[in-house]
Design a binder for this molecule. Structure first.
Ligand code: GUN
Length: 294
């Protein structure tokens, strides 16, 4: 049977470490990490995520605030808030929850965040540094996946890693991280996406699969080889009359089927999900402690 990669446990360990380091930072240097969260509109999922991020800050003794703007707010106002936070020394991290309403240009908003406070790692300066193998903020979900590999001693060296999905938030950055020239990476990476004629052609060759496509139970047992390592980034809601809520959350991988063939697999929920917030906290701590010189 597969090793079940327990993201909840690893995330808790990371958060405990950050809590201890935060107390030291506060005691020795008088710095309290601060994270500002911008939530535009009323997307229910975004509301849940932002509240979870705020709560995580409180648990770690961070300074944190949520600014909520209405769905019809203009871009100028959103940019004004970011400018204010860029100049506020009590704020070390700025996070704009995505997606944004369509009248707001996502790129202009992300570009307005100071790269030195871009704890999501979405700014072109940080995305560029990642591609070049230089230090900088790394997007939280991919950073969390790398932590899971580390924690479970899963070596990527010379392995064929297949990423499904080419988003700027997960697919592209995780592909870049896995192929970095360092001892925790060095994978051979294939990045495939919706235009592939037959995705199983690629996944069947994979030693490691990172599934980030947003399609429930997309990866089936006949698409993978024995002993594959599965990282499931999907969070999909599907109807399930057997549950109290009438739905359940499943990943992009058919866990029931694939777990019998895999050497290791992340469950959904409890795999990659908890790591995202832990790494956001880690990035915010790093920003406060001045880890990166921009
Ligand atoms: N929307 C979905 N994932 C993310 C994320 O990691 N960060 C932000 N800011 N928005 C998101």
């Amino acid at each position: 049977m597969a090793i079940i990669i327990d993201g909840k446990l690893v995330a808790e360990k990371i958060r405990n470490d950050i809590k201890v380091k935060t107390e030291i930072l506060s005691r020795e240097r008088g710095i309290k990490p601060g994270l500002a969260l911008l939530l535009v509109g009323n997307n229910p999922a975004s509301e849940i995520y932002v509240n979870m991020k705020f709560k995580a800050c409180q648990q770690l003794g961070f300074h944190s605030l949520i600014k909520r703007l209405p769905d019809d707010v203009n871009e100028h106002e959103a940019l004004g808030i970011i400018a204010q936070w860029n100049n506020d020394s009590s704020i070390h991290g700025i996070l704009v929850q995505l997606p944004l309403p369509k009248q707001i240009n996502e790129n202009r908003v992300i570009n307005a965040i100071s790269p030195s406070k871009d704890v999501d790692g979405f700014h072109p300066v940080n995305a560029g540094n990642l591609m070049l193998g230089l230090p900088g903020f790394v997007p939280c979900t991919p950073a969390g996946i790398m932590e899971l590999f580390n924690h479970y001693n899963i070596s990527l060296k010379g392995k064929h890693a297949v990423v499904i999905g080419r988003s700027n938030i997960v697919g592209k950055p995780i592909a870049n991280l896995m192929l970095q020239k360092n001892q925790n990476a060095n994978a051979i990476v294939t990045l495939c996406h919706s235009q592939a004629e037959d995705i199983s052609y690629y996944t069947k060759q994979a030693d490691i699969i990172v599934a980030a496509i947003g399609v429930a139970n997309f990866v089936k047992a006949d698409m993978v080889k024995d002993g594959v390592v599965i990282i499931d980034v999907g969070i999909n809601r599907i109807d399930d009359a057997g549950t109290e809520k009438g739905y359940k959350i499943v990943g992009d991988v058919d866990y029931q089927e694939v777990s019998h063939k895999a050497a290791a697999i992340t469950p959904v929920p409890g795999g990659v999900g908890p790591m995202t917030i832990a790494m956001l906290m880690s990035n915010t701590y790093d920003s406060a402690s001045g880890k990166y010189a921009f």
